[in-house]
Write a protein that binds this ligand. Structure first.
Ligand code: PEP
Ligand code: MG
Length: 746
């Protein structure tokens, strides 16, 4: 019996392939297919519905329904049984369709006479392309074999659609990948960019979904799985694999040995699919489940399975990640996710980055920020929608990706870019002028950096110096700890490039979200509050000492400025400072030149330090407010958590009052104070910070122009008055009042 079913299924696929082979138009092919399926299954009706746009399905071919309804009947996602199949991405199989929940009567198709209904989603890698339906008058449920057969056919249809078999006739299929699409995501690095898509991992193309010889295909699958297993075992055996990676590999191994996975693929092959089509069918189903899984563990495992399927597909098709395609001009990278080192390899050649996964605080985001490349994360479906070379516009202010934009979007977007370019021109004209306000205050504007590649911006942006050099990037992008001499050479180059301007080197700030790939990860329940930054430096001083030594040697007699991150109490500063003093002594004893002057400061990133004893303020060389961390601890709102991170505004009266208190304490002791969190680079925030007394701000290089421009046109005394008034009125937030003031100022 099973053999007969398999033979039938193979026969149907064989006929489908023949139907595809001719010179027909896309429509003629679809018509032939519906006819073949109806005949083979013995149903009166077979129809193909395809997506016209994100939520409209269109009847594109039918055998048995009114032919006039083709391209006329449309339904929204979720509407009727067809819409239900598409939304749920699951089969609906019923003997009594009119009784089924969600049934919608469509008189134009003449379908009221059909009692049985089976709809199968046409899936391709998590993407639902449409729905394949069979209906019959006789009230019967279709058998499991028939369902399976239709799923296999749906898979082949999806594959053929991807190969463009149905285009050329104005049908819905033609619209796929040629229509504009808008994707929403989260901004991880601001900026706008226009360019062409470059897929980090080009998708595997299966050009032969149907195969004649199941034995040969089974052999191919078995060989490929074996190769995959050996590969995973080898990776596991590598000593350098850390715990987390090992867990993923173990999961791989589990799947690679999974009987269920193999059995289903073998069954698909026996029904006429090629080995790669069988892998892809499983992958599609896993992705459909992934989209619905709410359990994070399950989602991760399904995602592992997805990666594994990709590897298997590459083995089977021989298609590597390098397809020989040439990177387009102004490339905008699209990937599910990317590591920091890979991103650095692309470097500044990229104009923008779009990730399906990723997070605002990921290492990739840190690199993108350092390179000042607009980055959108959580852009769902990006790798499905985008094709290499597609025209794309990235709005890294709104978090929107316009894929294959139409003319109106292009015009509006280019206007926006032109306005920004004009503003940049204006900034160039004030580049060498100070950020002097109308009331005569001067605010020092410095830049944040983290890579050697940032340094050219020092000249162009008009920054007075580097107010924050994040040193962790050199540690994050390698797969082993950098050596002292490597670091020293790099820091020396940074100082050379700064050409005498001050560079504030922040010592290693790891832990929390920044985990070094070669360090044993600590299982901490609350990493942001855990063993991080200076806490690591003081508990295990080896790396801190090495870094301090490298910095002293890099200075080679020149002035040196360093600061310690995440100091929460006075003692941590004195201990860290003592390490610096010891390092200086040691270098002196070894006969090395020591810096001409040494400034040692601390970052104020926890509320506790604002209340440190007066002695601390007197002793510390300078303070820099790390607003990103300080704000998250002030409001107890994780800076990485999308749900809460935008809930609290920097211009909230409580937070501003708190910053003001820090300013007052520093004024009392004459302690130099700066602000180096992201807010320093937002013009309105920068204006308010200046109004409450900050005289040094450090920000992304691209922000210096806009911030300077606003400061030069503002009167800080007036702004201060607006803030005070808002506070006295009892406003929760000063932003509305400030915005109104700015509007009135024009
Ligand atoms: C901050 O916390 O504001 C800061 C500048 O440090 P980082 O963003 O690197 O934690
Ligand atoms: Mg910080």
């Amino acid at each position: 019996m099973a053999e007969r079913v398999e033979t039938e299924s193979r026969k149907l696929l064989g006929r489908l392939r023949d139907a595809m082979a001719g010179e027909d138009t896309g429509q003629a092919r679809l018509d032939k297919i519906t006819h073949l399926i109806a005949t083979s299954i013995g149903s009166e009706v077979c129809s193909i519905y395809l997506f016209r746009d994100e939520d409209t399905l269109e009847l594109c071919a039918t055998e048995g329904l009114n032919p006039e309804a083709v391209h006329q009947t449309r339904m929204r996602l979720g509407e009727g049984l067809v819409g239900k199949v598409a939304r749920r991405r699951r089969v609906v199989n019923t003997a009594n369709a009119p009784q089924e929940r969600g049934f919608r009567f469509m008189p134009e198709t003449g379908e009221e006479v059909f009692s049985s209904f089976m709809g199968v989603p046409i899936l391709r890698l998590g993407d639902t392309l449409g729905v394949l339906v069979v209906q019959s008058k006789e009230a019967r449920e279709f058998s499991a074999d028939e369902v399976y057969a239709l799923e296999v056919v749906a898979m082949v249809l999806a594959e053929m659609a991807e190969l463009g078999a149905f285009v050329g006739d104005g049908s819905a299929m033609e619209a796929r990948h040629s229509q504009p699409a808008m994707l929403r995501g989260t901004v991880a690095q601001e900026g706008v960019a226009e360019g062409h898509i470059w897929l980090h991992e080009p998708r595997v193309v299966v050009s032969n979904p149907i195969a004649d010889d199941p034995h040969r295909e089974l052999e191919r699958l078995t060989e490929a799985v074996e190769e995959l297993r050996v590969g995973v075992d080898k990776m596991l055996a590598l000593a350098s694999v850390d715990k987390e990676q090992a867990e993923v590999l173990e999961a791989y191994k589990m799947f690679a040995n999974s009987k269920g996975w193999m059995r289903r693929m073998e069954e698909d092959i026996s029904r006429g699919l090629s080995a790669e089509a069988a892998v892809e069918k499983e992958q599609s189903l896993a992705r459909a489940r992934m989209g619905q899984a709410t359990d994070s563990y399950l989602r991760e495992r399904l995602s592992d399975l997805d990666d594994l399927s990709n590897r298997l597909l590459r083995i089977l098709t021989g298609q590597g990640t390098d397809t020989g395609a040439e990177m387009p001009a102004n490339p905008i990278l699209v990937a599910r996710n990317i590591g920091p080192a890979e991103l650095l390899d692309y470097g500044r050649s990229l104009k923008g980055i779009i990730l399906e996964a990723g997070s605002v605080g990921s290492h990739a985001a840190i690199v993108a920020r350092a390179l000042a490349i607009p980055l959108i994360v959580h852009a769902e479906r990006a790798t499905l929608e985008a094709l290499n070379g597609d025209h794309v516009m990235v709005d890294g202010e709104q978090g929107i990706v316009h894929l294959r934009p139409d003319d109106t979007v292009v015009t509006a977007f280019r206007d926006k870019m032109a306005m920004q370019a004009a503003a940049v021109e204006r900034y160039v004209s004030i580049r060498d002028k100070p950020a002097e306000t109308l009331c005569g205050s001067v605010v020092g504007l410095h830049m944040n950096a983290g890579l050697m590649a940032d340094l050219p911006s020092l000249e162009g942006s008009g920054a007075e110096g580097v107010g924050l050099f994040r040193t962790e990037l050199q540690f994050l992008v390698r797969n082993k700890m950098p050596t002292r001499s490597e670091l020293s050479a790099l820091y020396a180059r940074v100082l050379d490039a700064a050409g005498g301007k001050t560079v504030v080197f922040r010592t290693l700030d790891i832990g929390s979200d920044k985990v070094l790939p070669y360090m044993k990860p600590n299982d901490e329940p609350n990493p942001a509050l855990g063993w991080r930054a200076i806490r690591v430096g003081l508990d295990k001083p080896g790396v801190l000492r090495m870094q301090l030594q490298a910095l002293i040697r890099a200075a080679n007699g020149r002035p040196l400025t360093i600061m310690f991150p995440f100091v929460a109490q006075y003692e941590e500063y004195t201990q860290a400072k003592a390490e610096m003093d010891k390092a200086l002594d040691r270098e002196r004893r070894l006969g090395h030149v020591v810096p001409e002057t040494v400034e040692v400061g601390a970052m104020l990133e926890t509320p506790s330090l604002a209340f440190a004893p007066q002695k601390f303020f007197e002793e510390v060389g300078f303070l820099s407010i790390g607003g990103n961390d300080l704000k998250q601890f002030f409001f107890a709102a994780d800076r990485e958590n999308e749900r809460v991170r935008r809930r609290y505004d920097t211009l909230n009266v409580s937070f501003l009052s708190f910053i003001e208190r820090i300013v007052e304490r520093c004024e009392l002791t004459g302690t130099s104070l700066s602000f180096c969190g992201e807010d320093a680079g937002r013009p309105v925030e920068a204006l308010c910070l200046s109004a409450i007394g900050l005289r040094k701000l450090s920000m992304r290089p691209a922000s210096i122009g806009p911030v300077k421009s606003l400061l030069r046109r503002s009167n800080l005394e007036d702004v201060r008055k607006v803030i005070m008034d808002a506070r006295h009125r009892g406003d929760m937030n000063v932003r509305p009042a400030i915005m109104e003031y700015l509007r009135n100022q024009g």
